[in-house]
Ligand binder design. Structure first.
Ligand code: 5RP
Length: 232
């Protein structure tokens, strides 16, 4: 088995393990990203087989909505329900306190709304996402209204961060979020207090949301490839 195949199977197995935790008659937050995509696929398969009944999904992005439709998961909205039982979502970094950096797919704003509302939030990652300290391997995504990008980047520099505007494939133009905004990715030498930084960034006029998820995750499901074999 090639390394790429092993990683794909490992992501599938983590997605399957999360999908197994979904119970009938529940509202399910559907996250974004390549690992969560497998969870959505397996929830759909369980519905189709009749093993799971009466599920309603709340997507966290256009991508999650498309996948949910593809795999036959009925959708609802936050206007229609008064709770979310479980949410499944990926992450870009996870620290020992289960705090996260998310937003590699530019979907962290809707993800934070849905994941925070869930009674149980399950994170699906591979072991390469586990870090001692947030910000050590991944830049912190910040969603910004287009007209505020320049002042927000200056304000982030004043906070000690190194911001860069996220560009799309072939750098033809900036990445645009589902809300029509831009993403600034920020390198901080050290994020000592994620909770404080999360609030400080969100207080900058023009910032919609940043990718720090502090005290939101309940369960981390970790996949690993050991000696070429995928495990969860
Ligand atoms: C999207 C996210 C994703 O969940 C995160 O980037 C992980 O994705 P993947 O499972 O593809 O590694 O936060 O905004």
């Amino acid at each position: 088995m090639s390394d790429t195949d092993a990683i794909t199977i490992m992501k599938q197995e983590v997605g399957r393990a999360a999908a197994q935790r979904v119970q009938s008659n529940t509202i399910v937050g559907l996250g974004t990203g390549s690992t969560t995509a497998y969870a959505i696929q397996f929830i759909g398969a369980r519905l189709k087989s009749g093993e799971l009944q009466n599920i309603k999904g709340i997507p966290t992005s256009f991508q999650a909505r498309v996948l949910a439709k593809k795999y036959g998961i009925p959708l609802t909205t936050l206007d229609e329900v008064d709770h979310i039982d479980i949410a499944i979502d990926g992450a870009d970094e996870v620290d020992p306190q289960k705090n996260l950096i998310k937003g590699g797919g530019a979907a962290h704003t809707q993800e934070k709304i849905v994941d925070s509302l869930a009674a149980q939030f399950i994170v699906v990652v591979d072991s390469g996402k586990l870090v001692d300290s947030l910000g050590s391997t991944f830049l912190l995504p910040v969603e910004v209204l287009p007209m505020a990008v320049t002042p927000v980047m200056k304000a982030i520099e004043a906070l000690g961060g190194k911001p860069e505007l996220r560009m799309g494939v072939k750098k033809a133009g900036p990445v645009v979020t589902d809300q029509g905004n831009l993403v600034v990715d920020v390198k901080f030498d050290r994020i000592e207090n994620p909770g404080e930084l999360e609030k400080t960034l969100n207080n900058l006029p023009g910032v919609l949301e940043n990718g720090l998820f502090v005290n939101v995750a309940d369960v981390i499901l970790v996949g690993e490839v050991i000696e070429g074999q995928p495990t969860v």
